[in-house]
Design a protein around this ligand. Structure first.
Ligand SMILES: [Zn+2]
Length: 93
């Protein structure tokens, strides 16, 4: 999957659920780790810095805080996800 950028969510927990949902749908857990459902390659993970900030400033210029999350991807079927992204949350973060 790709690192979310400018994605509006209600809470950082939703990001974890999105990643878990992607893993359930696209990858299968084997003894050696997760593998791709399409090509059986071993899944790789990128540790991404996702900036959480308020959607009150939609141009992403306001600080916010960084949440680190591992983003999974298949090295054959997907481009490597960015190590940076951002999530927009309601109210002040
Ligand atoms: Zn694949």
């Amino acid at each position: 999957m790709q690192t979310p950028s400018k994605l509006t969510l209600n809470s950082p927990q939703e990001l974890v659920e999105i990643v878990e949902g992607c893993v359930r749908e696209n990858y299968t857990l084997r003894s050696e780790g997760y593998v791709c459902n399409s090509c059986s390659a071993q899944i790789e993970w990128v540790l991404a810095d996702v900036l959480l900030h308020t959607q009150l400033f939609p141009d992403c210029s306001e600080g916010g805080r960084v949440h680190q999350i591992h983003i999974p991807y298949c090295p054959n079927c997907e481009l490597a996800p960015s190590d940076r992204g951002c999530i927009h949350l309601p109210g002040i973060v």
